[in-house]
Design a protein around this ligand. Structure first.
Ligand code: HMG
Length: 384
């Protein structure tokens, strides 16, 4: 059977950064609650001329500079921060990337899970047509109300993956474990730019889903847990990965690689929750920072509120030096974000709801693409 998987991967994030020690001080909270209790140091915040389209296009642009676009006939864009009720984010990105007309461009939604749904769809398309490649983009902006428990877990980021036969980076194995259950743990109503969340329920729903999905994977020919060298998780905040791994270890009675929780959360600690992109920025962080993984199996644990979970496994193909070679670029991107004071961030948070009123957007972003504004109630994007 042809090996199919992730050939290459890239991360992008928002223009601004908010420091969580400063936010804790402003909220009258011990900074250790955010830094140690949640496992978060900072979060990314987009400029007014950035959104999921510009972040996703930026990640994909950097990826395609290395791989070229040849063979791409499908562009799947996973997000829960959609910019229109009808037109997909994928169509905007298709234009920004100058892709040929002969491409199907679609948006997928199911909270933080849909990046994994998109990856599964890509694997299926390539199984039928191994000569094709699929561009999968996950991009989101996580936003909760000011001064709410979720506020320190906000964030923004995008991950682009090129999925192909005979991949250079990670071969995804055919077996997977899935679980769906209707739960009101987290959602975002149509008239709100911020999520509604039951924090306690969301954590128990996540842990239950991990257990159910793992058991389903075992029943569908998945590997023994002792043959998984490292797990990466959807990380609404990086402590959640620790909770999920402790749960997985406890109910399977296995000791798991806790060091990989650190190497798999370097970017997430600094970007915050990027919803659909979170698991894949964690995978990127692990691949860039964990040595000795070549030829070994990694487990990918995906959870999206509402809720859907899936656990996939993959075999790492690229060598340590190649994988490590990409980390300075991501760290440099994180270092170069422009810091917002807490009052500046609060002012921008209030104006976050996407509007359909005609407007021209001020040029701020340093990314290759920008949201230019709304004309005739239609969104317009351009090269920055
Ligand atoms: P909270 O209730 O304010 O926090 O908000 P807490 O009191 O539970 O404290 C958090 C941790 O900090 C605890 O550690 C405390 O002990 C510790 P734990 O017991 O959990 O290990 N702590 C301290 N540690 C050191 N020094 C201190 C200190 N003080 C306290 N001084 C909550 C936490 C997660 C509820 C909140 O941030 C929230 O509502 N977040 C949003 C929801 C969320 O992220 N849920 C996660 C699972 S659902 C999911 O992953 C899906 C999602 O990504 C959306 C999607 O799918 O689209 C959210």
């Amino acid at each position: 059977m042809t090996a199919i998987g992730i050939h290459d991967i890239e991360v992008a994030t928002g223009h601004h950064v908010v420091n969580l020690t400063e936010l804790a001080e402003a909220r009258g909270v011990d900074p250790n609650k955010y830094i140690k209790g949640l496992g978060q140091d900072e979060f990314s915040f987009p400029a007014p001329d950035e959104d999921v389209v510009t972040m996703g296009a930026t990640a994909a642009h950097r990826l395609l500079e290395r791989t070229g676009a040849e063979g791409i006939r499908t562009l799947l864009f996973a997000t829960e921060t959609g910019v229109d009720q009808s037109k997909s984010t994928a169509v905007f990105v298709h234009k920004l990337l100058d892709l040929p007309g002969e491409v199907r461009s679609i948006e997928l939604k199911q909270a933080c899970y849909s990046g994994t749904g998109a990856l599964q769809a890509a694997l299926g398309i390539i199984a039928r047509n191994p000569g094709e490649r699929v561009l999968v983009i996950s991009s989101d902006i996580a936003r909760y109300e000011l001064d709410s428990p979720g506020e320190p877990t906000q964030g923004a980021g995008a991950v682009a993956m090129l999925v192909s036969a005979d991949p250079a980076l990670v071969e995804i194995e055919p077996a997977s474990g899935v679980f769906s259950e209707d739960v009101d743990d987290f959602w975002r109503p149509n008239d709100s730019s911020t999520a509604v969340v039951d924090g306690g329920l969301s954590i128990t729903a996540y842990l239950k889903s991990v257990e159910k999905a793992w058991k389903d994977l075992e029943q569908h020919g998945g590997p023994s847990i002792s043959d998984v060298a490292a797990f990466v998780y959807h990380q609404p905040f990086t402590k959640m990965a620790r909770k999920a791994q402790a749960h997985l270890a406890a109910f399977t009675g296995t000791e798991l690689n806790d060091g990989a929780l650190d190497t798999g959360s370097v970017y997430n600690r600094r970007m915050g929750n990027s919803y659909t992109a979170s698991l894949y920025s964690a995978l990127t962080s692990l691949l860039h920072h964990e040595d000795g993984l070549t030829g070994k199996r990694v487990g990918l644990v995906s959870y999206g509120s509402g809720s859907v979970a899936e656990i996939l496994t993959g075999i790492v193909r690229a060598d340590d030096a190649t994988r490590r070679g990409f980390r300075d670029r991501v760290l440099g991107m994180l270092d170069s974000r422009v810091r917002l004071s807490v009052p500046e961030y609060e002012g921008m948070h209030e104006k976050a709801m996407p509007s359909a009123e005609d407007t021209e957007t001020a040029a701020v972003t340093k990314s290759p693409f920008r949201f230019a504004g709304v004309r005739g109630r239609a969104r317009h994007y351009e090269r920055a």
